[in-house]
Ligand binder design. Structure first.
Ligand code: ADP
Ligand code: MG
Length: 278
């Protein structure tokens, strides 16, 4: 059976990177995620949108192991990862950024980015003296990767600055760089453009497209700026009160009447549709 054209991925022939099946998660009496099911194919830029509080970050936290789901499964490259600890999932090639920045204040831009390499550092590389020669080699490889990403993200000029003195837009870029040095196969971005001006947003959009092109990463991105979502995403799902209410190509999925009412409320959506029809 073929998928309906509205939800067929332009990458449908490529392997499935991430598969979520029937994910549920509550907080107290609140169902933050209800039966969430989706597949992301290799090479896709996949958007996750929806009003505030609709469960986007919860979905990402379930996928990355920060919150175990109450039911449902998460499969990464065909292997079950449901309930694994975040660092175990990171080791399997998943890197993420956080909605609220999670940088180490007081440390330089460079050191913050270097931390992203920890998934590739074996204990001996972290300082065991017996293996100092081997550790040094490892350290060099890590440095090389970090330098490459600093150049790719154009952060050379601020590499030695303490991360908390640089503007928010650049801090977000440092967080993205930290995720990239982990050489992820799946990169998950939680509102990477929040608080950015138009020019900064375009920069990040370009980086994301280049990261896919040059590094072969698959991307799951939570984003509020619909212009960006439409421009860079291959497919999106829309969440409302923890439920997927629409999915498909960005314009179709976002333009669905259910989505308009989720954002505007029922009455405003009807008025909007009447006006659009007249
Ligand atoms: P979004 O990212 O779409 O804005 P979230 O996934 O952060 O939404 O939140 C979905 C719902 O779950 C919200 O009502 C939020 O208050 C609630 N929620 C999220 N995380 C927690 C938590 N750790 N404890 C209690 N409630 C939470
Ligand atoms: Mg969120």
């Amino acid at each position: 059976m073929t998928e309906p054209s509205a939800i067929r991925s332009p990458h449908a022939d490529r392997p499935v990177v991430l598969s979520c099946a029937g994910l549920n998660r509550s907080f107290g009496g609140l169902k933050a995620l209800k039966d969430a099911t989706l597949d992301i194919h290799e090479g896709e830029i996949f958007g996750l949108v929806g009003p505030n509080g609709s469960g986007k970050t919860t979905l990402v936290n379930v996928v990355t192991g920060f919150y175990p789901p109450e039911s449902g499964t998460v499969t990464l490259f065909g292997e079950p990862i449901t309930g694994l600890a975040p660092h175990r999932i990171a080791e399997r090639g998943v890197a993420r950024t956080f909605q609220n920045l999670a940088l180490f204040k007081g440390m330089s831009v460079l050191d913050n980015i270097l931390i992203g390499r920890h998934v590739h550092m074996r204990p001996s590389a972290l300082g065991a003296l017996f293996y100092w020669w081997w550790a040094q080699k490892e350290e060099l490889a890590n440095r090389r990767m970090v330098e490459e990403v600093i150049e790719f993200m154009q952060l050379q000029d601020i590499r030695d600055e303490p991360v908390d003195v640089i503007p928010l837009g650049l801090q977000k870029r440092v967080e993205l760089a930290r995720a990239l040095v982990a050489e992820p196969r799946l990169l998950i971005l939680d509102e990477p453009m929040a608080g950015m001006n138009q020019e900064e947003k375009e920069y990040i959009a370009r980086f994301i497209l280049d990261a896919r092109e040059e590094r072969g990463v698959t991307v799951l991105i939570i984003e509020h700026h619909m212009d960006v979502v439409t421009a860079i995403c291959d497919r999106v799902v829309v969440l409302s009160y923890g439920e997927i209410i629409s999915q498909g190509r960005p314009q179709e999925a976002i333009g669905h009447p259910k989505v308009i009412s989720a954002y505007l409320g029922e009455r405003a959506a009807k008025r909007y549709q009447r006006e659009a029809a007249s």
